[in-house]
Design a binder for this molecule. Structure first.
Ligand code: ISL
Length: 529
C-alpha cells in the first residue's frame, strides 16, 4: 500500500527541541512546547518530524552526547510525554523520527564512567578505544589523527591512558568490534520502535567503525582508518533486520563526497535513505545545482532509493544568510566565520526560490525548523556561544549556535513568543520578533505562507510523486524541468529576467513576476500544463 512508502516522497521537518518552543518557561525548548505546536506543523503540511537527540544528556554537544537512550532529558520532559507526543502526532498524520548516535556516547554514560573507574586493562575499557600514549612517558597521543572539531581526538586520563573521541572530549567513541556495543544499539532501536517511532536518523553514520590498530593517518590511505569502513555495512544490515520488523525507516548522515561509496549504504537490506549533503553544499549557481541534481538522481535510480533534498540543518549556516553572501561558494560545510557581510534581501529572495526548487524535486525533502520562517544566521556574542566547535577552535570559529537560536512565535510576546519567562538558553538577536510565525501567518507574501502553499500543492498533486524529471530547454542560468502530470518548475539564476521557457498556468511563484510574464532574477515558479 502507498502508505508504506510514505518516506519516498515525504516532507520531513527537523525539530531542534532545545530551540523549538518553551512549554514551561524555563528558557529551554521542550516536549510540552512541541506538543502545543503540533497544529502549526499540521498546517505547515509536513509528514514527519525528526527530533535531534532528546535523551538524557549533559548537553556538551547539544544532546549528541547521550548519557541514557531510554530516558528523556528532564529539561525536555519525560518518557511518558515523549510517548504522548509520538501518539498525538501520529493521530494528526505526522510520523516521528528519532536520532541515534552510534559513534559515541556522553562521558557521563554509565559505560564510560565504569570504564574510567575500572582503570587500565579492565574489560570495561574494551567498550571504548583506550590506548597508552607514545613518547618517553606516554605524553604523546596514540596516533596523529585530527578530530572533527579540530585538534587531537585523544584525551589522557589521570591514570595515564588516553581515550579516543572524534568529536569533543565529552563524547568518547565506542568500540564497534565489541559485541555488547552492537547488542545495546539493536535494543535501543527496538525500544524506540516499540514506542511508535517510524524512523531513525543515524548520526555520523560513516564514522563508528575503526581500524582496530588505530594507525596513523596517511592522506590517500585506502581503507581510511575511521571513515566508511566495510564493517559498517554489516552493522547496518543487522539494524535493518530490526527496522523491518516494524516497517521502520533509516536516514543516514552519510557524508561521503564519493557517490559510488555513498550509494553502497542505500540497499534493500541497509539504509532506506541518506542525506544529500552535496546538494546542501551547492552554491547558488545553476550549473552546480543542475549537476548535483543529475548526479543525485543518477546515483539513486539504480538502487531504487529516493533522493533526499536538504537546504540546511542544525550544523550549517542558515540558507538566507548563506545565499546572501557575495562569497557563497557552497560553503555550507566549511567553517562559519565571524562578521561576513551579508545581503539578507538577496539571500531571502534566493532562499524562496530554492524552497520551490527543492520541493519540486523527486524524493524526500528535509526542512529545518525556522527555514519556513526565513530566519537568518544569528551572530551570537562570543561569551555566550555554547557550541563546543567554538571552544575547540580556540575561539576562531563561531560554531553552529547561530542557526540554533530559539524560534520566534509571537511578535508581541516576551522573547518573541518562544515561551520563556527568563532569558532563553541562547539570546535572540535584535529584530527577531519581525520573523514571528504569527505575523507571517497573516501575511500572504511571507516565507511561511510560501512554504505552506508549496507543501499543500506538493501533497495535493500526484505529479510531484512521479519518478525522475525531464529537463526543458532554457536559457543559460535557468533551471527548468517537468515532473508528472505536466507540472513544471522554472528557476532563474541568471543575471536578467527571462521569458518563461515553459507554458502553463502559474500555480505558485516565489516572488512577483514582471509585467509581460517574465521571470525575474532569483525567482522560481511552478506551472501546470
Ligand atoms: O557540523 C559539521 C561541520 O560544520 C560536521 O562536520 C558535523 O560535525 C558532522 O556532519 C557530524 O554531525 C553530527 O554529529 C556530531 C554533532 O555535533 C552534529 O550536530 C551532528 O549533526 C557529533 O555527534
Amino acid at each position: 500500500p502507498a502508505d508504506r512508502n510514505w518516506w519516498r516522497s515525504a516532507a520531513i521537518y527537523q525539530v531542534y527541541v532545545r530551540s523549538f518552543a518553551d512549554g514551561d518557561g524555563d528558557g529551554t525548548g521542550d516536549l510540552a512546547g512541541v506538543r502545543a505546536r503540533l497544529p502549526y506543523l499540521v498546517e505547515l503540511g509536513v509528514d514527519a518530524l525528526w527530533f535531534t537527540p532528546w535523551y538524557l544528556s549533559p548537553l556538551a554537544d547539544g544532546g549528541y552526547d547521550v548519557a541514557d537512550y531510554r530516558t528523556i532529558d528532564p529539561q525536555f520532559g519525560t518518557l511518558a510525554e515523549a510517548e504522548k507526543l509520538i501518539a498525538e502526532a501520529r493521530e494528526l498524520g505526522i510520523r516521528t523520527i528519532v536520532d541515534i548516535v552510534p559513534n559515541h556516547v556522553s562521558d557521563q554514560h554509565p559505560w564510560f564512567r565504569a570504564a574510567v573507574a575500572a582503570g587500565p586493562g579492565s574489560p570495561e575499557r574494551e567498550l571504548f578505544h583506550f590506548r597508552a600514549g607514545r613518547g618517553r612517558s606516554g605524553e604523546i597521543p596514540p596516533n596523529d589523527w585530527v578530530g572533527e572539531f579540530g585538534g587531537t581526538p585523544w584525551t589522557r586520563l589521570p591514570d595515564g591512558e588516553w581515550y579516543l573521541h572524534l568529536f569533543a572530549p565529552e563524547q568518547p567513541d565506542l568500540n564497534w568490534d565489541h559485541p555488547a556495543v552492537r547488542t545495546e544499539h539493536e535494543d535501543v532501536l527496538r525500544f524506540w520502535f516499540d514506542r511508535g517511532v517510524a524512523g531513525v536518523r543515524i548520526d555520523s553514520a560513516v564514522l563508528p567503525a575503526k581500524d582496530p590498530a588505530l594507525p596513523d593517518f596517511t592522506p590517500g590511505t585506502d581503507p581510511h582508518p575511521y571513515v566508511d569502513r566495510d564493517d559498517l555495512h554489516d552493522i547496518y544490515r543487522s539494524w535493518r533486520a530490526v527496522a523491518d520488523q516494524y516497517d521502520g525507516v533509516f536516514v543516514g548522515e552519510v557524508w561521503l563526497p564519493d557517490t559510488e561509496r555513498f550509494v553502497r549504504y542505500l540497499r534493500p537490506d541497509e539504509l532506506h535513505t541518506a542525506f544529500n549533503l552535496s546538494f546542501l553544499a551547492c552554491p547558488w549557481d545553476a550549473e552546480r545545482l543542475r549537476t548535483s541534481i543529475d548526479e543525485t538522481l543518477a546515483e539513486h535510480a539504480p538502487v531504487g532509493a529516493p533522493a533526499t533534498w536538504v537546504l540546511c540543518n542544525h550544523d550549517v549556516t542558515r540558507t538566507v544568510t548563506r545565499y546572501g553572501r557575495a562569497d557563497d561558494t557552497g560553503f555550507a560545510f566549511e567553517r562559519k566565520r565571524f562578521g561576513t557581510p551579508t545581503d539578507l534581501e538577496l539571500g531571502t529572495r534566493r532562499a524562496r526560490a530554492a524552497a520551490l526548487l527543492s520541493l519540486a524535486l523527486p524524493g524526500t525533502v528535509y526542512l529545518y525548523q525556522g527555514e519556513e520562517l526565513g530566519l537568518p544566521e544569528a551572530e551570537i556574542p562570543r561569551e555566550l556561544i555554547q557550541d563546543p566547535m567554538h571552544s575547540r577552535s580556540g575561539g576562531t570559529d563561531p560554531g553552529r549556535d547561530g542557526c540554533r537560536v530559539p524560534l520566534p512565535w509571537a511578535a508581541d510576546a516576551p522573547y518573541a513568543g518562544f515561551g520563556s519567562t527568563v532569558e532563553p538558553w541562547l539570546p535572540q538577536p535584535p529584530g527577531w520578533a519581525a520573523y514571528a510565525a504569527d505575523l507571517q501567518a497573516a501575511d500572504p507574501d511571507s516565507m511561511l505562507s510560501l512554504y505552506r502553499a508549496a507543501l499543500a500543492l506538493r501533497r495535493a498533486r500526484p505529479g510531484f510523486r512521479s519518478a525522475g524529471l525531464t529537463w526543458l530547454d532554457a536559457a543559460p542560468g535557468v533551471l527548468a524541468f517537468e515532473r508528472g502530470e505536466g507540472l513544471r518548475c522554472v528557476v532563474n539564476l541568471s543575471a536578467a529576467p527571462v521569458r518563461l521557457p515553459a507554458h502553463g498556468a502559474v500555480l505558485l511563484a516565489s516572488g512577483p513576476l514582471t509585467e509581460g510574464g517574465r521571470l525575474p532574477v532569483d525567482t522560481a515558479v511552478w506551472l501546470s500544463a
